[in-house]
Design a protein. Sequence first.
Length: 266
Amino acid sequence: MLEKLGFKLFAYDYRAEHVPSFDAEMEALRRHDVRLLAWWFPGELNAEARLILGVLKRHRLRGVQLWVTGGGEPTKNEAEQKVRVGAEAARIRTIADEAGRIGGSVALYNHGGWFGEPENQIAIIERLRSQGVTNVGIVYSQHHGHGHVERFPQLLAAMKPYLVALNLNGMSAEGEKKMILPLGQGEFDLRLLRVILDSGWRGPIGILNHSDEDAEARLQDNLDGLDWLTAQLRGEPAGPRPHPRSWREEPARPSAQAGDAAPAKR
């Protein structure tokens, strides 16, 4: 599927049922000339993490980014912030040291919470750099950044020296309800893509399925949306907004009138 759609880079997310097929997945990538860019990685060096490191070493896959996330409630004061940054830097360093031994790196992934704020990730990276650890960067995913839309230009400028990958998503004012949208279906998509273009950042750009829809259909929808948006960025005729295969806008529900029962939540 990736070869058919023209992809040459792949970031691997997995679930427990995929563990037995790790080696087969790596062999399939090699057969189809797709390079493993990144692997979603556990937050600590547990047995599964060491299994993944073993797969990368066994297949001589160097330069792979280990995407690591975290969480946490906001800190209450400067002292607590300092302690949190130190603790997270220590956690990440254990993974970064192991990644470095096989020629890899770590990318901090914004998955919400304290850890998902770019300013905190930058603080962690700077703490690590002060300790001589230089193989840690940031991977930013827009679908976890709906609360960042208004300050995205400032955040991107701050992240740019550390950024190693940027994942796109359709971005809407209803982001809390519509977390995952195909590109081109969100009202902020063109604006945000122009910010990325104007920033001068030219690293890897990712698209994703992240739904129960057919992966090929959703990836193709994202490619169609990206083509439509980039045509507008170039000032070329773009035609009508693409009609997705894998997503439909839910019709607005009529508001409840007096005496009507409100729709039940599912």
